[in-house]
Ligand binder design. Structure first.
Ligand code: RIB
Length: 312
């Protein structure tokens, strides 16, 4: 990921969601009916959030994916305001994806997704999109759209550098050619799932041993840079013999939605801008701390100037 990075184009091929965010005292339980304190509508989707993070961090960025014809203006406007190119986004005769998000007073959230247009991408559309990119360009993926195996295969054939954030983790991740990822951006739950799938080894207590989890992931994916985010315990980076640890910047959590997306966007964009890995980890940690202190998804993501000036 080191050579000619500054000339590379970056494509986020991913989801665009309308987020309906409900402020609740606690997450609704099975069989329970609760009232929410408020409801707000935000632009979200892991793909859109990551594109906004790239755009606000000053990288030239293209978003590809699919939205509904009738309900997507706010999603496209949000991307364009952040400087993201939107001409590769398809408009479909169905509704855009959406997310129902419960947010508690201590900033925790839980999310239910409806795929909508995010799940209507065709192979032809994927192929046509990738034709705009060439060897050395970056492809950033999450797990909220269809055609993922095909997109990864085709991007690999073109020599694109693939960054994969396998989130949300589900059974579809096992169908991906994970060995093509140049960089895996994982939280500890996603890391554990990949360790469980990849070996006959015991994985009990691995959540309490993140360094060991990282070592196992590096053994399974020796070609990938791995960033393992550990919530309040910061993040670990590994590649070959390189290892780095980055603590979190402590802030009062208002809403953790899009914190991981902000981290991914700022980490990769910082590397593209020529930062060292430790500098990129620090910048990503600072950016996501700022996002956690604000409400909403895309709208909570800071600009690079805000990140540089923040005294955390
Ligand atoms: O990562 C946060 C995002 O996950 C939300 O914006 C929601 O749309 C879901 O995709």
């Amino acid at each position: 990921m080191e050579q000619d990075k500054k000339d590379a184009k970056v494509l986020v091929f991913g989801s665009l969601n309308i987020d309906y965010v409900y402020q609740v005292d606690h997450f609704v339980q099975a069989g329970e009916t609760i009232s929410s304190r408020s409801m707000q509508t935000f632009c979200g989707g892991k793909g859109l959030n990551q594109s906004i993070a790239f755009g606000k961090s000053g990288v030239d960025i293209w978003h590809a994916g699919a939205v509904g014809k009738g309900d997507s203006r706010m999603l496209l406007d949000a991307l364009e305001r952040a400087g993201v190119h939107t001409e590769l986004i398809r408009k479909k005769d169905c509704s855009s994806g959406h997310a129902i998000i419960q947010n508690t007073p201590d900033g925790e959230n839980c999310i239910m997704l409806y795929g909508g247009a995010n799940q209507e991408i065709t192979r032809e559309e994927a192929e046509e999109t990738l034709q705009h990119f060439r060897e050395g360009d970056y492809l950033v993926l999450q797990n909220e759209i269809n055609q993922m195996p095909y997109i990864m295969e085709q991007a690999h054939k073109r020599g694109m550098r693939i960054v994969l954030n396998p989130s949300p983790m589900d059974e579809k991740i096992a169908q991906l050619p994970l060995e093509y990822a140049d960089c895996l951006m994982l939280n500890e739950v996603e890391g554990l799932a990949l360790c469980e799938a990849g070996s006959g080894q015991e994985t009990e207590n691995l959540l309490e041993k993140p360094e060991e989890m990282l070592a196992r992931l590096l053994k399974r994916f020796p070609q990938s840079r791995i960033v393992l985010t550990l919530g309040k315990n910061g993040a670990l980076f590994g590649f070959g013999e390189e290892r780095y640890k980055q603590p979190v910047f402590k802030v009062k959590a208002v809403d953790t939605t899009a914190a991981g997306d902000t981290y991914t966007g700022f980490f990769i964009s910082s590397l593209i801008r020529g930062y060292s890995v430790p500098e990129a980890l620090r910048t990503a940690a600072k950016a996501s701390a700022i996002a956690v202190g604000r409400n909403g998804a895309g709208v909570s993501i800071p600009t690079r100037e805000e990140v540089e000036q923040a005294q955390l």
